[in-house]
Design a protein around this ligand. Structure first.
Ligand SMILES: *[C@@H]1O[C@H](CO)[C@@H](O)[C@H](O)[C@H]1NC(C)=O
Ligand SMILES: *[C@@H]1O[C@H](CO)[C@@H](O)[C@H](O)[C@H]1NC(C)=O
Ligand SMILES: *[C@@H]1O[C@H](CO)[C@@H](O)[C@H](O)[C@H]1NC(C)=O
Ligand SMILES: *[C@@H]1O[C@H](CO)[C@@H](O)[C@H](O)[C@H]1NC(C)=O
Ligand SMILES: *[C@@H]1O[C@H](CO)[C@@H](O)[C@H](O)[C@H]1NC(C)=O
Ligand SMILES: *[C@@H]1O[C@H](CO)[C@@H](O)[C@H](O)[C@H]1NC(C)=O
Ligand SMILES: *[C@@H]1O[C@H](CO)[C@@H](O)[C@H](O)[C@H]1NC(C)=O
Length: 726
């Protein structure tokens, strides 16, 4: 086998007109490796989801080479004819030329094509089968600024190959096999004097190799080492790239970052460490950083360096999906705008921390006495996501300093109560998500949350609230109360039962969700002076909608849902709701609708699972111009007398659900598809009846006639007998 391989290699060198001495150099170590015993080969793994936080063991790089090299030789042998053919057709370059751009992606190329114009500036060779990059012919294209070699099988770079390209600015070697070459350790990428962006993601690179690979790159601003197998960053990793601004290290297995690893990078502004195996950030001191992504690690604590030299620039911090037990101490980050600590194990202490600023940090006084209130911790924060944590209570002084906050998400915690009582607290908050907690109480002071537009409270245990809880929110537009036990009051001036919540007179409110609240009675005037456009009252079985319950909504309501309420009658004058576009009455016991005689706006009408047998044209006629969809499944429809419906099905102007399956019944129990009913079927049934009546009438008439005749005869015979006797 070895002999055949040697022979093969010899033949290869003899045959190949394009084989250069560099290839030869590359063969010799490869063949040497063939004789060495095969070891355990590890492929660099990068984590896929946040959950799979396993670490990959370290293996010597030389073991990796064995398999790669032997495959390399075999493949070269197999592809020899192809290679020869390519070299013969050298002049026919399959690439697409646009100005000075050569698009050669996905052409199955084995080599860098040589027949391209020498002044090209952009060369895209992404998605080919290149295995090695040699100075010839690449070095001829000296005007290249942009070289994309991503998604190939490159494992060999001739040392110094990119030096021949003096104008190269953007280089991508993403998704290749750079870790599989022993030659890499010798020269690496060499100096890259003008390269500003370099992509080395997805190459199974490991710590140690990276240092050897990266040489001097004084102009480098963007570097991606994402999706590799780095476990450690040292002080030497980023030497030689002092201009670096953006560094992407996501999806590695980093466990350790040496103190000062980023010290050589004074301009670093954007650092992505997402999806690694970090467990602790201590002594954080990257003052220059603006964006830091630490999501999907196993971080339990985030601590700042004790004495910052200058003000931190950090504006965007992502700590989602970690194991934080406390709210991080961010007092020294006055410019923070975005903070995501969703999916951690955070609890906020009930007692505010006393004096010592430590792990709970939010109420800590700024460590630098010259800072004034506008630089107070978190005072610039706009977006805070605390969802999916274990918070039981939000202390009021936690909220006190969040004076700029726009979005606050406390969904999926363990809150039993939420208070914002201090006048002017959370003055800029636009959206507050408190859904999926265990809230029983909600205390919103009268002049709080003045900008709040969306309040999400679904899936809590709210029951007896102060009557004007929501009426005090001056800007509230959308309120979701699904899955609580809220009982709406009646109209203004009509005191409802104790604990009821008033929804009347909230002039800003547009969307209200009261699904699944076990509401028994909806009293008259419940929404008076609240110009809702959407109202959902579904899943309140047994609901009694009082006369006038929706009064005041006639001119505004566009969407109304009353699904699954067991309604047998609906005391709502629906045709008066001139803006109504969608009406959902599914899963009730309705058999009649009010008559729509004038044209309205209704577009979608859902009547599924009710008791309708007839939809008479006299009642539905007004809908003909607007109605687009009609849902009727699950109703005991009558096959005859549904002329209006049959006409809609026939004309196809109104989209009736599952037309073919819509079942109807003839007078008896016979069930057929409504679309199969012909007019004659109903007429025939009618004729049979007429015949029966005629027969019956004839029988009766005949019977009467016979009786009469018989009587006459008897009378005559009696008379005759009497005469005879006489
Ligand atoms: C090269 O082509 C690939 C695949 O079409 C594309 O994703 C990539 O953005 C291109 N690179 C450049 C520099 O245009
Ligand atoms: C960091 O990388 C992840 C990929 O895992 C990406 O989703 C995220 O947007 C990146 N973060 C930043 C700040 O660019
Ligand atoms: C924290 O980091 C600074 C600057 O990198 C360094 O001087 C200091 O020694 C570090 N302190 C600890 C406790 O590691
Ligand atoms: C915070 O992270 C979670 C994932 O854990 C994501 O769903 C959410 O959209 C993020 N929040 C914000 C405000 O970006
Ligand atoms: C607070 O400090 C900032 C600069 O740090 C300054 O621009 C601002 O005027 C100060 N505000 C007050 C009220 O002193
Ligand atoms: C929390 O709320 C914010 C703002 O409404 C939203 O962007 C984010 O996606 C929510 N987070 C989750 C985990 O749903
Ligand atoms: C109607 O009832 C059927 C059978 O109970 C059910 O499968 C279907 O989901 C219901 N449809 C609606 C819209 O409620």
């Amino acid at each position: 086998m070895v002999a055949i391989r040697l022979l093969g290699a010899g033949v290869l060198l003899w045959l190949m007109p394009w084989a250069s001495s560099e290839t030869l150099i590359h063969f010799i170590p490869a063949l040497a490796v063939v004789w060495s015993s095969p070891g355990q080969v590890r492929t660099g793994g990068s984590r896929v989801g946040c959950s799979g936080k396993e670490s990959v063991p370290q293996v010597s790089p030389f073991l990796l080479t064995y398999r790669a090299m032997s495959h390399w030789i075999l493949l070269l042998l197999a592809l020899l004819p192809v290679g020869l053919a390519t070299s013969q057709r050298r002049d026919k370059v399959p690439c697409k030329m646009v100005d000075k751009n050569a698009w050669c992606q996905g052409l199955g190329l084995l080599q860098v094509p040589s027949g391209l114009p020498l002044d090209i500036e952009v060369l895209n060779l992404s998605g080919n089968q290149l295995r090695s990059i040699l100075p010839s012919p690449l070095g001829f294209y000296t005007a290249l600024r942009h070289l994309d070699l991503s998604a190939n099988e490159i494992s060999f770079l001739q040392p110094g190959v990119f030096q021949a390209l003096p104008h190269l600015e953007h280089l991508s070697l993403a998704h290749n096999h750079l870790a599989a070459s022993p030659a890499m350790s010798a020269g690496g990428l060499g100096p890259l004097p003008h390269v500003t962006s370099l992509d080395l993601s997805g190459n199974s690179l490991y710590s140690g190799l990276v240092e050897r690979l990266l040489g001097q790159a004084p102009a480098l601003r963007t570097l991606s080492l994402a999706q590799n197998s780095l476990t450690r960053l040292s002080r030497h990793t980023f030497m030689g790239m002092p201009a670096l601004e953006r560094l992407d290290l996501h999806s590695n297995v980093l466990m350790d970052i040496e103190d000062g690893a980023f010290e050589a990078l004074p301009r670093l502004a954007h650092l992505n460490l997402s999806r690694n195996s970090l467990t602790c950030i201590s002594n954080f001191s990257l003052q220059q950083l603006q964006v830091l992504d630490l999501s999907c690690n196993s971080i339990e604590a985030f601590q700042m360096a004790p004495e910052p030299r200058t003000e931190y620039q950090l504006a965007w911090l992502d700590l989602r999906e970690n194991n934080l037990l406390h709210f991080p101490d961010l007092a020294a980050l006055p410019r923070l705008v975005y903070l995501n600590v969703s999916n951690n194990l955070i609890r906020l202490p009930v007692e505010p921390p006393q004096g010592n600023r430590g792990t709970q940090g939010w109420s800590a006084s700024p460590s630098n006495p010259s800072w004034n209130t506008s630089t107070h911790a978190l005072s610039q924060l706009l977006n805070l996501d605390l969802s999916y944590n274990e918070i039981e209570l939000v202390p009021s002084d936690f909220l006190a300093h969040l004076t700029s906050l726009h979005f606050l998400n406390l969904s999926r915690n363990c809150l039993r109560t939420f208070e914002a009582r201090h006048a002017g607290s959370l003055p800029c908050l636009v959206r507050l998500d408190l859904s999926w907690n265990m809230l029983e109480a909600l205390e919103l002071g009268s002049r709080t949350l003045g900008s709040l537009r969306t309040l999400l409270l679904q899936d809590n245990a709210l029951q007896d609230l102060p009557s004007y809880t929501f009426a005090s929110l001056a800007s509230l537009q959308r309120l979701d109360l699904q899955g609580n036990r809220v009982n709406p009051c009646g109209g203004p001036g009509k005191p409802g039962p104790s604990g009821c919540v008033s929804f009347s007179g909230i002039s800003s409110l547009r969307t209200l969700n009261l699904v699944d609240n076990e509401i028994r009675v909806l009293r008259a005037g419940a929404f008076l002076h609240t110009p809702l456009t959407e109202l959902d009252l579904s899943a309140n079985p047994g609901l009694d909608v009082a006369m006038g319950a929706l009064a005041g909504l006639e001119a505004s309501l566009e969407v109304l849902a009353l699904q699954g309420n067991g309604l047998a009658v609906l005391q709502v004058d629906l045709p008066c709701f001139s803006c109504l576009k969608r009406l959902n009455l599914a899963e009730n016991r309705l058999s009649h609708l009010p008559a729509w005689t004038q044209a309205v706006s209704l577009e979608v009408l859902d009547l599924r699972n009710n008791s309708f047998s007839l939809l008479p044209g006299s009642a539905m006629g007004g809908l003909e111009t607007s109605l687009r969809r009609l849902y009727l499944q699950g109703n005991p429809l009558s096959c005859c007398g549904n002329g209006w419906l049959a006409a809609q099905l026939h004309q196809g102007r109104v989209d009736v659900d599952a037309t073919r399956d819509l079942i109807c019944r003839f007078g008896s129990q016979e069930e057929v598809s409504l679309s199969h009913v012909r007019p004659e079927d109903c007429e025939k049934g009618g004729l049979k009846n007429v015949n029966l009546i005629i027969i019956l009438t004839f029988t009766v008439l005949a019977a009467i006639l016979l009786t009469t005749l018989a009587t006459c005869c008897c009378v005559r015979r009696q008379r005759f007998n009497q005469q005879y006797k006489a």
